[in-house]
Ligand binder design. Sequence first.
Ligand SMILES: Cc1ncc(COP(=O)(O)O)c(C=O)c1O
Length: 468
Amino acid sequence: MLIHDSLIDLVGGTPLVRLGRLAAGLSATVLVKPEYLNPGGSVKDRAATAMVLAAERDGSLRPGGTIVEASSGNTGIGLAQAAAVRGFRIVVVLPETVAVEKMDVLRAYGAEVVTTPASLPREHPEHVNRLAQRIAEETPGGWFADQYDNPANPAVHHATTGPEIWMATGGRVTHLVAGIGTGGTISGTGRYLKEQGPVEVVGADPATSVYHGGDGSPFFVEAAGHYRHTATVTDTWPRSYHRDVVDRIEVIGDRESVLTTRRLAREEGLLVGASSGLAVAAALRVARGLGPEHVVVAVLPDSGRTYLSKYHSADWLRRLGFLDDDRPGLLADATGPVHTVTTETSLAEAAALAAGPARDQPLVPVVLPGRDPRFATAVSELLGVLDRAVLDRAVLDPAVLARRDPATPVGEVMCGPPASVGTGDTAAEALARLDAAGADHAVLLRDGRLAGLVTRAELAARAFSAGF
Ligand SMILES: Cc1ncc(COP(=O)(O)O)c(C=O)c1O
């Protein structure tokens, strides 16, 4: 009889699959390891199960106890599955930007979901990790799983993921490519493979992630890379990430990750999340320089079903300006350099900008202070706007200015975050977005970042001429 005592016995043992179309023309063999075939739907089943079993063994998690974790979703799901099987209560703390589907899945497993703002400095008491830690401390029988620092996380990949890849390739694997979230996957798997032979370990990292020296600003690949708020004082990296294991890092922009994710579904039948697109984009780059004797393995962390409203939604892709190649020229002439201020810019400086270089802008976006000005601002760091009315009234009107301290920070007079349209929107679609937001102008986004400004009047003129 082939019967398993519980679902958690089925964690791991995922296959390797050859990439066909996406790797066409390459001499090297490119294989993927679809971790969404785990019972909870992601690579995190491995770490979650291992952490729970280790905590039960060492007595830190006792019968009737409560598991608490900070998670972008998948670890929470793996823990919720293990909690159901082993009879624990579970609380998962999530950044509020996480895909809604993931929250619904957690609740379906009986988890309690607590959300907290995504963009907080590490020291903030509501920061996802700090909040989870506090809830664990304040809950009788609470146990903080702590995937970022729990040694059971990398250890389980050393014990399972690495050996599976070595065995499935008959020891022929030459390159491992994986994203780095907590670092558990790449560290444990990479270390095991290096112990067996000369395997090169390549990290795949979003363009602004801190892991390879990016500015830490937000990126759109969920659960891989390392974000850093500009107000974070001491940025700690997870102990689950063993940098010595990683030979080099391939830096992949959000557009390449997201569009590779879309291609994986459409051309390979692999419905996966964007950290899989990130890893495959990096694996294809690695493979381009290699010959037929090389075998590149990329880890696909989770399924696309949890991201139907994001990476697999044409509307989402267009709204953020990831999908626009099929609409050449649309809104193109609305793009250009945009003058911005930060929440800390003084009214006096804003007035000088608004009356000078930005005098033709219908609005001046207000962005988070402290980012490298050479990079376009990520949409989540567009904190507000000074629209013309505000500029004219509060910033440029000498009477108002005379009453106000010219050093007043712009953050005190700005309006809320701007409406946005994407470079892939048609003028009619962009107008509909303005209508929905009740706005007369919007920021134009390309790859989820500020690329220009548009006004209702311009869009209406364009929509009108497109009708002929
Ligand atoms: C979807 C997804 N991709 C990538 C990762 C990164 O894996 P690791 O934390 O082992 O580095 C995670 C981890 O949460 C994940 O959920």
